[in-house]
Design a protein. Structure first.
Length: 232
């Protein structure tokens, strides 16, 4: 998924957000669930992050935020390294959804009891209790909304880099109404938004696969109203 890149309209209360998903990890390649747990970036993932960092080297940022999880911080450091004086601020609210007892399990194993096309819409709608030991939809979405609301409120008129995770960034896009359901965000992809106090003003760029990793670890999900099967 991609749109033509445009410059954000410059107004005093418009925050330009550049959202970057972390680089490809070993668990991504193995198609294993990776929420609260972590794994190193692959060699291809590190290369892809460098490509994205080079791509964003011509963009200007006033501030950078990153999930504290190593895969995101590694990505953020590579991007910030292209900008003099820019250092990522760690924000726990940007961490990925906790998959509880399914952490590190194959995606196909969770699919047997919690199909993705039902699980994600339920989480976004805050009606899903979450998997055993994991984060509930209400807790997750509250965290996402509050985290990004604080970031936007703190930086009116500024250009903000945010490095995070597929579900967390995708959930924020759903909150804004940017795309339908859960937008598939490839590893090291770039999304740019113009956001004001009232919410989304313009999608400047959506899920640009800068690193060329494709959708091996980017799983979309339909809006809730398109899910025919009942929640489990």
């Amino acid at each position: 998924m991609n749109t033509t890149t445009r410059a954000a309209a410059t107004t005093a209360d418009t925050t330009t957000l550049t959202l970057v998903r972390h680089g490809q990890t070993e668990l991504n390649v193995m198609r294993r669930l990776q929420g609260a747990c972590d794994s190193p970036l692959t060699a291809s993932g590190l290369t892809g992050v460098r490509v994205t960092a080079q791509h964003l080297s011509t963009h200007s940022f006033d501030v950078a935020y990153s999930s504290p999880q190593p895969r995101a911080l590694t990505t953020a450091m590579a991007i910030c390294g292209r900008h003099r004086g820019l250092r990522p601020r760690l924000h726990a609210g940007l961490r990925e959804l906790d998959f509880g007892s399914f952490e590190r399990f194959l995606e196909s194993e969770m699919e047997r009891t919690h199909p993705w096309r039902e699980f994600v819409p339920g989480m976004l709608a805050e009606t899903h209790p979450g998997v055993p030991g994991g984060e509930s939809g209400r807790a997750f979405m509250t965290r996402v909304r509050e985290t990004f609301a604080k970031v936007v409120a703190a930086h009116p008129g500024e250009r903000v880099l945010v490095v995070g995770h597929g579900l967390t960034l995708g959930a924020y896009l759903a909150v804004l109404g940017a795309g339908e359901g859960l937008v598939a965000l490839p590893n090291a992809s770039v999304t740019r938004l113009a956001v004001g106090p009232e919410g989304l003003r313009e999608v400047l760029e959506l899920a640009t696969d800068v690193a060329g990793h494709g959708h091996i670890a980017a799983r979309p999900a339909p809006p809730r109203e398109r899910v025919a099967a009942p929640m489990r």
